[in-house]
Design a protein around this ligand. Sequence first.
Ligand SMILES: [Zn+2]
Length: 248
Amino acid sequence: MIFDTHCHLFQYDHADDTRAQLLTRPIDVTVVTESPAEFAQILPWIGDTQNLHPAIGMIPQDINRLAPERDRLLETLPKTQYVGEIGIDYVTQDQTERRLQERVFESILASCAEAGNKIITIHSRRASQAVIDRIGKKFPGVAILHWFSGSVAEIEAACSEIYFSINPAMVRSRSQKKLIAAMNPDRILLETDGPYVLQGKLPAQPQDLHHVIHYFARLWDIPPSEAEAKIESNYRCAAAKISLPLSN
Ligand SMILES: [Zn+2]
């Protein structure tokens, strides 16, 4: 079983076809959303499928538009253990916008901590330290840094319980590979971040995660089947911490 912890499945051009294909494969997908409105939209689209899981999110890049929906997100949290995409993005130079992103992220994180049973996929572009500081050392739940692009020093100083999800674009990048080498193998998970990450000329699909698994097989000097089993067991351990029911 491959666990894709961060895929914008609803945003693919042929989302219905992609969804239908996934239902027949041994792949478990966290379907992230960018707003509470998108979450509400995908609930009936996903239905009660076993291997696709809607996550409630609020992407930081759109915080000026989305912030008024924060209470709706907090009220919806009890409906799902999956949260994302949330986080902080410091590409904006606007200090007011940055502070708003931080406050919204802090309040979602606090509600997730109070619930104690959430798995959260987190955006941290140019804001890795700000995000790591807010997750803290004893976060009650599972925190996954998606597409981490900070520094080796930040990885080393971060709480050892934080997970990192790795996508096909990351294993093609020399600077990202240096970061991946500094990550604890027990904390490695997978993500496509499709359709935003490409594999060849097409949006990455969860089945393309084999490329990432082969990369880890070379890095860890083990057969691909063992690398796949290792990463699967990482996810199962994380899920067990919060009693997340999993498909077999
Ligand atoms: Zn994403």
